[in-house]
Design a protein around this ligand. Sequence first.
Ligand SMILES: Cc1cc2nc3c(=O)[nH]c(=O)nc-3n(C[C@H](O)[C@H](O)[C@H](O)COP(=O)(O)OP(=O)(O)OC[C@H]3O[C@@H](n4cnc5c(N)ncnc54)[C@H](O)[C@@H]3O)c2cc1C
Length: 275
Amino acid sequence: MTTLRQDLRNPENDMTTTAFTLEPTGIELRFRRVTLIAREWLTPSYVRVRLESPELAGFTSLGADDHIRIFFPEGDPLSVEEMRAAPNREYTPLAWGDDWLDLEFAIHGDPASGTAGVAAAWAATAPLGSSAGVGGPRGSKVLAGRPDAWLLAGDETAVPAIRRFAQAMDADAIGRVVVEVADAAHELAIDAPAGVVVEYAHRGDEPAGSALTARLEAFTEADRPAGAVFGFVAAEQSIVKAGRALLLERWGLDAAQVIVKGYWKRGETEYHAPH
Ligand SMILES: Cc1cc2nc3c(=O)[nH]c(=O)nc-3n(C[C@H](O)[C@H](O)[C@H](O)COP(=O)(O)OP(=O)(O)OC[C@H]3O[C@@H](n4cnc5c(N)ncnc54)[C@H](O)[C@@H]3O)c2cc1C
């Protein structure tokens, strides 16, 4: 008996690539003032924080890889203008309710000695009760329909988006998730259906992106699941080349059905990913 997974890998069962689309959707841009109310360390260098505010009523994020701009003021700015002048960085809304919003931060550098970026240092050390600003999201790519298979790959910064994609899968989903982290002690659990394999690429002391690049380069044409595959690759900017080479060249996926993005760039502060 063939399993669904084997069946989908059979080229005779290949389907057209119209099982899903990524629909650009605009959202009215809003700016909100929030307060840091909780912090939970998931690994020694990865923290989930909860922001709270009545201004979060109506907050929504339609796309799993949406980003919002978080503003990190010093103190408690009185005016919105002051808040908007504060340093800011891009983050993925993970989960939210009427008056709360959860985000997850990869902590890089050492917040204590000032080598971390402004966002990482804030997430790691800002006292509970600190003020922050939230802008957006401004627009989304909404996945409409059902991919026949999924390939999600990223480093820690892409884990919130990967979690949201995994949440959008149905119980019969098949695919693979590859997450690059430093080592086994830094692995972040991804809750995915049984047919989706979750694996980790350990970079050890090698540069960020090197282990994920090697893993993506190891996938061959024969590894391509049949049908409409959704591919998402996001990590340090150097991943873009390997992500495109796999998804567009070796697997021949439609560029309109994949998302490949640099989420940050080595040595560059305040990197803005192209949209
Ligand atoms: C669409 C999108 C969504 C994102 N979502 C998330 C998210 O949900 N969670 C998350 O943690 N990040 C996310 N990021 C990445 C985040 O915006 C960057 O990592 C950001 O630069 C961190 O800001 P910072 O102030 O800590 O560091 P910066 O001041 O921007 O950078 C300081 C130095 O640290 C380096 N650096 C930046 N990020 C990292 C890193 N992760 N590891 C090692 N070195 C780094 C820079 O190259 C620079 O040399 C997302 C980025 C994009 C484009």
